[in-house]
Design a protein around this ligand. Structure first.
Ligand code: CO8
Length: 263
């Protein structure tokens, strides 16, 4: 399908979504969010896609937040609808049954940071900037930022960023644990794609089970989380991928995972 506000491409087992509204620094408007939702339908329906990469078009921005020109027109009801829509879409992203890497190539502000925070991890270019500057606009993060950032870096550090609206460089985001690794801008996509291909070479059943175990367990107590892990382990141990992985070890060869979810 051809989209107007994003580019969706598939190479091998890796899909990439490039947010593409460069004139507005890839800001999220309703149309872009609708198209993003459609790509997630496409991804879930395509079993060949094992990993998803998100990035922004151009060198300047990943996503500079929700589109302020659209936000400024909202009445409370429209704002509620937009915020709910964004939250649902970003929750769906977090729950995609494949690993998702954000390759943050520039500004990741407001809804842009919130989008990246819902990915499984973030790589960033050395020119990237993170922040939740909504307070400066007289609003607050509405796409899950108050919740996901606090859970990721702790409530006091999250509150400092949310209350000040401060924008921070990638190096500081890395120190805070928002970003896994920072790369020179020219190397970001190559490194993100390399990691995506490495992950895509693993068993699809076990990747899905690992993601579900971490995501479903993280907000529970340890005993509940361990039970979630036991169930996820039990499901993947009888999969074709597990048989292949263990046989390959015993036969001293490289595993070739079929990634068939039915076996
Ligand atoms: N929305 C719409 N347009 C934008 C946005 C945005 N978020 N950000 C940048 N643009 C546009 C600019 O208006 C400008 O357009 P034009 O050329 O037509 O004037 C173009 O992109 C280039 O931007 P600048 O000229 O400002 O570029 P600079 O390099 O000088 O500055 C910044 C870059 C620092 C990124 C600056 O543009 C900026 O501060 N942007 C706004 C960042 C921001 O506040 N983001 C948070 C938005 S609110 C949000 O995300 C809430 C999410 C939850 C919503 C819940 C809804 C109810």
């Amino acid at each position: 399908m051809v989209y107007e506000n994003l580019i969706f491409k598939i190479e091998g087992n890796v899909a990439t979504i490039v947010f593409d509204r460069p004139k507005a620094l890839n800001a999220l408007n309703s149309n872009l969010l609708d198209e993003f939702l459609q790509t997630m339908d496409e991804i879930e329906a395509n079993e060949k896609i094992h990993v998803l990469l998100l990035t922004g078009s151009g060198e300047k921005s990943f996503i500079a937040g929700a589109d302020i020109t659209e936000l400024a027109t909202f009445n409370p009801l429209q704002a509620k609808k937009f915020s709910k829509k964004g939250q649902l879409i970003i929750q769906r992203l977090q729950e995609l049954p494949i690993p998702v890497i954000a390759a943050v190539n520039g500004f990741a502000l407001g809804g842009g940071s919130e989008m990246a925070l819902a990915c499984d991890f973030i790589y960033a270019s050395d020119s990237a900037t993170f922040g939740l500057p909504e307070i400066t606009l007289g609003i607050i993060p509405g796409f899950g930022g108050t919740q996901r950032l606090s859970r990721l870096i702790g409530i006091n550090k999250a509150k400092e960023l949310i209350f000040t609206g401060k924008m921070i460089p990638a190096s500081e985001a890395e120190k805070l644990g928002i970003v896994n690794k920072v790369f020179p801008a020219a190397e970001l996509m190559g490194e993100a794609e390399k990691t995506a291909r490495l992950i895509a070479s693993k068993g699809r059943v076990s990747l899905r089970a690992a993601k579900e175990a971490v995501n479903n367990g993280i907000n529970t107590d340890l005993a509940t989380g361990l039970n979630i892990e036991v169930d996820a382990f039990a499901i993947c141990v009888t999969s074709g991928d597990a048989k292949e992985g263990m046989n390959a070890f015993i036969e001293k060869r490289k595993a070739e995972f079929a990634g068939d979810l039915d076996r």
